[in-house]
Design a protein. Structure first.
Length: 116
C-alpha cells in the first residue's frame, strides 16, 4: 500500500502541470493493455506499476487546475476521505461497527483536520 500511495501522490502532484488531454504518444502507449489475459497475473505491485507507468500518462487529468469538465468524483484528499467515511456501513440503529471503518492513512487524516 505504501508504494501505491506514493504513486497516487506523485500522480496528483504531477497533474497540476499536465495537459488535460494526453498527447498522441501517451495514447498510443495504451495499446500495451491490448493483450490476452495471461494464465497467471503479474502480482499486485507489478500490475500497479504497469498501470502507473503506462496508464497514468494516458489519462484525462480531471483533478488538475485546467480541467473544466464534469465533476466525476472526489479528487482532493479531504474529499476522498469524506467519501470513504460516508460509505461506512452502519447497522439498523445507525451504529458503526469499528471493524468496518475504512483504513485512513496519515495524509488523509491530516487533510480532514484542515477542513474544519
Amino acid at each position: 500500500m505504501i508504494e501505491a500511495d506514493g504513486w497516487v501522490a506523485a500522480y496528483q502532484a504531477h497533474s497540476t502541470g499536465q495537459p488535460v488531454f494526453p498527447n498522441a504518444s501517451a495514447r498510443a502507449a495504451l495499446s500495451r493493455f491490448e493483450e490476452p489475459l495471461p494464465e497467471s497475473g503479474l502480482g499486485d505491485l507489478a500490475m500497479l506499476a504497469v498501470l502507473d507507468n503506462v496508464g497514468s500518462p494516458g489519462t484525462v487529468v480531471a483533478n488538475g487546475p485546467n480541467y473544466f469538465g464534469f465533476i466525476i468524483g472526489a479528487s482532493l484528499s479531504a474529499a476522498a476521505a469524506a467519501e470513504r467515511l460516508m460509505i461506512t456501513p452502519v447497522d439498523a440503529q445507525g451504529r458503526v461497527d469499528p471493524a468496518q471503518l475504512p483504513a485512513l492513512d496519515a495524509r488523509t487524516i491530516l487533510a480532514l483536520r484542515r477542513v474544519r
